[in-house]
Design a protein around this ligand. Structure first.
Ligand SMILES: Nc1ncnc2c1ncn2[C@@H]1O[C@H](COP(=O)(O)OP(=O)(O)OP(=O)(O)O)[C@@H](O)[C@H]1O
Length: 286
């Protein structure tokens, strides 16, 4: 399998937080959703894999190139959007086109204008007059307009209304129709990831809990409701996490086929990205 992004054993320590040997890979033609609660380390991970913060250890390869030896080539071929607008308030979208046109060899002014029109962004309006959502859309238009092969987005859809978000998600889905393209997107809007992500990487307290195909997760895991006294009967190897509530508990099951074979007639509910996150973050191990 060819990877668009391949991160191996990345470590980064701050005084009160550390990314601990984070590894994951995004295959070409795929969208990877990066999930985890506030402070889990998603932004630090994204900054470290772009050399925006210093890495203590680990290897980052993007489009088959090592970040340390090919940073300039890599940056030419990736589009990055953060949750905060990185353009100066006094600039207009037209100014940004001039600036980025001088930076990126592949800058496509016409494509940029197409996105501005599509997103309803006036070319001459100053960024300080933009709403948060408009700034996010501008960042996405700018990231796409130099024809990148890889998009890296950190909470880039968080300020957008559901209609624009759906439009942006469609753009990402179109983008990966080219099998050489890939998207890494961190988001708290897990329903968006349920719509577009092929893979999910879940990071918790700076460590990767899982990094795997979304379908694989949805096909294997399930949720079972039972009494607390029934937990032991399910078997430790099948219980990933459980959460107590006023009626008993909910259990995240590792493999619903194995569980169903051992518990004929049991009701097994499907999982969502959000429910998996909640079990891992708030649930208990047996
Ligand atoms: N420059 C810094 N110096 C010290 N600690 C930092 C710095 N940047 C981030 N951290 C710490 O690293 C941890 C992870 O932060 P990070 O922003 O990567 O999390 P996140 O998963 O992106 O969170 P959120 O979903 O809230 O954006 C936090 O404890 C944060 O305080």
């Amino acid at each position: 399998m060819e990877y668009a992004i391949h991160v191996t054993n990345l470590c980064k320590a701050y005084q009160d937080f550390a990314l601990d040997n984070v590894s994951f890979a995004v295959p070409k033609g795929c969208i990877m959703g990066f999930i985890g609660e506030n402070g889990a380390g998603k932004s630090t991970m994204i900054k470290a894999m772009l050399n925006l913060v210093h890495r203590d250890a680990g290897k980052v390869e993007i489009l088959g190139m090592d970040l340390d030896s090919h940073e300039k080539e890599i940056k030419e071929r990736i589009g990055v959007v953060f949750d905060e607008c990185c353009f100066h308030d006094n600039l207009t979208p037209a100014d940004i086109s001039k600036i980025l046109g001088n930076i990126y060899q592949n800058w496509d002014g016409k494509l940029y204008q197409t996105y501005l029109v599509r997103f309803g962004l006036g070319e001459k309006k100053k960024i300080k007059e933009f709403s948060r959502g408009m700034k996010m859309k501008l960042g996405i238009a700018a990231a796409l307009a130099h024809n990148p092969d890889v998009l890296i987005l950190d909470e880039a859809t968080s300020g957008l209304d559901p209609i624009v978000r759906e439009e942006i998600l469609d753009i990402f889905l179109d983008f990966i129709q080219d099998e050489n393209h890939a998207v890494l997107i961190s988001s708290h809007i897990t329903s968006d990831l349920d719509k577009i992500a092929d893979y999910l990487t879940f990071i918790h307290h700076g460590r990767v809990v899982f990094s795997t195909g979304r379908d694989e997760l949805m096909d294997s895991m399930g949720v079972v409701k039972c009494g607390t006294e029934d937990l032991a009967g399910i078997g430790k190897d099948q219980v990933i996490r459980y959460r107590k509530n006023q009626f008993g508990c909910e259990v995240l099951i590792r493999d619903k086929r194995i569980f169903a074979a051992g518990h004929p007639g049991a009701v097994i509910d499907p999982v969502t990205t959000e429910s998996i996150m909640l079990f891992y973050s708030r649930g208990e191990e047996l």
